[in-house]
Design a protein. Structure first.
Length: 497
């Protein structure tokens, strides 16, 4: 429902109230005439219609790959609420996390900038506290702002109180920098007193988010609320027991790109991973019910995504940072009943992390700051043409932690299009997949003579994209030195737990 529709609804309601008071007071024909005049004026004047911008609810999971949903074809996982959400949403089927690891994606989501611009290309480094974030932009447009859950952008220890001036424009605050101890999970509000989420933290955070929604149901101001869950990120075996009981490792079907020698380990891990997923599915169900019951659903843009995926044994690998689809592809659902409506659509445009902020500002009719590098897909969501050239960049500027160099980690740059993945490392071409004919990426076409023309075309595309971004693709040590970061032997920023 647009601004004009909301105002017409309010005026019609007022007219009905006037009629209801006729039994208590003499009729006021003048009041009725005034209400009818205002209805006609709003209907004919778009400037009067734009009285209130939509709310935004962003729900972000951690390490939830795009493939692990019922609506995405996973035969194992139980996600009925997400399946229902997908049936009412626009789904970006080629959404990617351009740098598939936690802090870089979160910084790009908030700023609309790429990792080598905002500088958060490693975990546990700070995002500039004066960054132009989506929260600051929307606050200037009259929005209330709130954040609940995992932050991982302060860079001053994972359990340290984050003062207001470092909250990037968010006012309502129920946050911890980072924890994955889901049933022993703490957070801070406005004071430096550590508080504890009861039970499994994602469930408690969802309850808090629902309370926030109920408190804004009658507000004249729109809101931006960010809910950032920690699961299904490992530890995999820590979901509540009733969810773990749903999955028998022996009965799980694995993706064809999981090697025989890893199948036992992969099944065990997947059972725990799926348990977290189904717990979060119940959380999404609660959010959807609250949006409906409060009357907020019509005028709320709901975005669901994740900061990156998880290999979970595919390609013989686990976790993230890698350029394969299980790592880079993320869910991306956008539902706005009062905007594009509830008819489901799938878009194949390869949207990236930095594109989310400008797209939401575009949907809200808010000017996009010049600092933003991402693309505005709001026109595409309204049945228009997708921006860009049908390709987006994926990269690792400096491998660290779980994918340190001793574990095979390396710098890379690549492009993901609607059809292909092409990746090179510092020594030359590394990967080339036709994702339409080879969705599990088991047939690497790099340096295969029959595909030389395709490789040449993709190499030219990657070079052009990097040139447009000003990315010279240098060794990771150069970026670390440029930003003045101090890293450990495995490339990780030391941090206080």
């Amino acid at each position: 429902m647009n601004g004009g529709a909301r105002l017409r609804r309010a005026l019609i309601s007022q007219r009905q109230k006037i009629r209801a008071r006729r039994s208590l007071a003499p009729p006021s024909w003048a009041a009725e005439v005034l209400v009818l005049f205002l209805i006609l004026a709003v209907a004919s004047n778009p400037a009067l219609a734009a009285v209130r911008k939509p709310n935004i609810l962003i729900v972000l999971a951690d390490q939830w790959r795009a493939q692990a949903f019922g609506f995405a074809g996973d035969p194992n996982v139980r996600t009925p609420n997400f399946d229902r959400l997908a049936s009412e949403s626009i789904r970006f089927i080629n959404a990617v996390a351009g740098m598939p690891v936690c802090s870089p994606t979160r910084a790009s989501l908030l700023t609309g900038q790429r990792p080598l611009t905002h500088g958060v290309f490693l975990n546990d480094v700070p995002l500039n506290p004066n960054a132009m974030t989506i929260a600051r932009v929307l606050k200037s447009e009259g929005y209330d702002t709130g954040y609940i859950g995992k932050w991982h952008l302060n860079g001053d220890g994972r359990s340290t109180f984050i003062p207001r001036e470092r909250r990037q424009g968010f006012d309502y605050w129920r946050v911890l920098e980072c924890t994955h101890d889901y049933s022993n999970s703490y957070y801070y509000a406005d004071a430096p007193d550590k508080l504890k989420w009861p039970g499994y933290d994602a469930i408690a955070q969802t309850h808090d988010a629902c309370d926030y929604l109920r408190s804004r149901a009658k507000s004249e101001k729109p809101f931006l609320l960010f809910v950032a869950w920690g699961p299904p990120h490992d530890p995999y075996f820590s979901a509540p027991g009733k969810y773990r009981a749903l999955y028998d490792p022996a009965k799980l079907m694995l993706r064809p790109n999981v090697s025989d020698k890893l199948q036992g380990e992969a099944r065990k891990i997947l059972a725990g991973y799926y348990a977290h997923c189904t717990a979060l599915d119940d959380c999404m169900g609660e959010l959807l019910e609250t949006l409906h019951d409060t009357g907020l659903a019509e005028d709320t843009i709901l975005v669901f995504s994740a900061d990156h995926g998880d290999m979970l044994g595919s390609q013989g690998m686990f976790k993230k940072q890698k350029p394969f689809d299980e790592s880079i592809r993320v869910p991306m659902l956008v539902r706005w009943p009062g905007g594009p409506g509830l008819k489901p659509r799938s878009l194949d445009a390869p949207i990236n992390s930095e594109d989310v902020m400008p797209t939401l500002l575009g949907l809200c009719g808010v000017p996009i700051p010049k600092s933003v590098e991402g693309l505005d897909y709001s026109g595409c969501l309204r049945d228009g043409k997708a921006p860009g050239d049908g390709a987006t960049v994926v990269l690792c500027s400096a491998p660290f932690g779980e994918w340190e160099r001793r574990a095979g980690g390396k710098e890379y740059r690549g492009v993901r299009t609607t059809c292909y993945t092409y990746v090179r490392d510092l020594s030359g071409p590394w990967l080339l997949f036709d994702n339409l004919t080879d969705p599990y990426q088991t047939n690497n076409l790099v340096n295969v003579p029959a595909h030389a023309a395709l490789q040449s075309e993709m190499e030219a595309l990657l070079k052009r994209k990097l040139r447009e971004r000003g990315d010279e693709f240098r060794p990771g040590a150069e970026y670390i030195a440029k930003w003045g970061y101090q890293v450990s032997a495995n490339g990780t920023i030391p941090y206080a737990p």
